[in-house]
Design a protein around this ligand. Structure first.
Ligand SMILES: NC(=O)c1ccc[n+]([C@@H]2O[C@H](COP(=O)([O-])OP(=O)(O)OC[C@H]3O[C@@H](n4cnc5c(N)ncnc54)[C@H](OP(=O)(O)O)[C@@H]3O)[C@@H](O)[C@H]2O)c1
Length: 295
């Protein structure tokens, strides 16, 4: 496994990470996928990831089946599954990232959300606690603080002082808000949408993150399956044997500030394949990164 620095924190994380949205959400990326019938397969995939040396795991309260107590409440299936697997290994071998519950962005709600994450993840702390950006809310440079208020940020920082999380991050779809947030110097990590098909972060976010020593965790590093659909189309025209995963990984790995790619995976086969692809890229020196001149 290849490891990279996690921004300026002094931590190292596996370049291939495990994104747990697909194992928690029924129908995520695949309308046929039934989370409740697939838990054994998901656990096997998580064990395979540990066996392959993956240390970075990204999860969230939102990655679960909807329950009726609130508009964004879920049964947090992904956190529960991840906790049940990681509890079988030494805790300090992993870097676990979670987020706050979408609809509880107030001090008590943030705290309760993290406490519940810790219970399900069977741990006293998470390594990274991220603000879970909401797509529906505008999250621009000029108004991100209306959403992530000083009170919200102070609550995250207090939880860090209490040792319940080691670092603080922010995720979201609008680079403007994310750039303004990381410029404050109060976040150690940022999770923008960033992949071969969505290259917006190249312009501003990457250089700012690099300048501030903030770790970038690209959401949807494999384009959330779009590249597979494109490949199917191209194959009809004779695209040959090129592996689209290698192409997507090669792009995102080329940014030095990208600390880890939390690829969404569900099966042992996918884990093993992705480990092999990254290994091959590494051997071909294609997974080596360049710095800001890339942007
Ligand atoms: N903060 C946020 O708001 C936010 C938003 C989106 C995502 N994220 C994070 O980013 C992670 C990754 O995003 P994502 O899961 O949406 O997209 P992604 O990693 O770009 O792509 C994941 C999809 O690729 C497929 N895949 C993976 N390996 C494969 C292989 N070897 N062969 C064939 N297919 C393969 C998976 O298919 P299967 O479904 O068949 O396994 C999965 O659905 C998420 O899991 C989550 O942790 C965060």
């Amino acid at each position: 496994m290849i490891f990279r620095s996690f921004g300026n924190t002094g931590e190292q994380v596996s370049l291939l990470g495990f994104g747990t949205a697909p194992i928690g959400l029924t129908g995520y990326q695949d309308p046929q996928f039934d989370q409740r019938r697939s838990e054994d397969e998901s656990r096997a995939a998580l064990h395979a990831a540990v066996g392959a040396g993956i240390t970075f795991f990204d999860t969230a309260p939102a990655y679960g089946n909807k329950v009726i107590t609130g508009p964004w409440s879920t049964d947090r299936a992904a956190e529960r599954l991840l906790g049940s697997v990681l509890a079988q290994y030494p805790r300090d071998g992993f870097f676990v990232a979670t987020k706050n519950q979408f609809d509880r962005l107030d001090p008590a709600g943030i705290r309760e959300s993290l406490e519940e994450s810790l219970r399900l993840l069977k741990t006293d702390y998470v390594d990274l606690f991220q603000v879970h950006g909401i797509v529906a809310k505008p999250f621009r440079a000029d108004n991100w603080q209306a959403f992530v208020t000083e009170e919200v940020l102070t609550t995250f920082e207090l939880l860090r002082k209490e040792g319940k999380c080691r670092y603080i991050g922010i995720s979201g779809y609008r680079e403007g808000g994310l750039c303004a947030a990381i410029e404050t110097g109060r976040f150690q990590a940022v999770m923008p949408q960033f992949n071969l098909f969505y290259r917006g972060p190249e312009l501003e976010l990457v250089p700012i993150a690099q300048d501030r020593g903030v770790a970038i965790i690209p959401m949807r590093p494999l384009t959330g399956r779009l590249i597979f659909k494109l490949w199917q189309e191209l194959d009809a025209g004779g695209a040959g044997q090129t592996d689209p995963i290698a192409i997507a990984m090669r792009y995102i790995c080329s940014f030095a500030q990208v600390a880890t790619m939390p690829v969404g995976m569900r099966t042992v086969r996918e884990v093993e394949h992705n480990v092999r692809v990254l290994d091959q890229l590494h051997r071909e020196s294609c997974a080596s990164a360049t710095t800001s001149d890339k942007a």
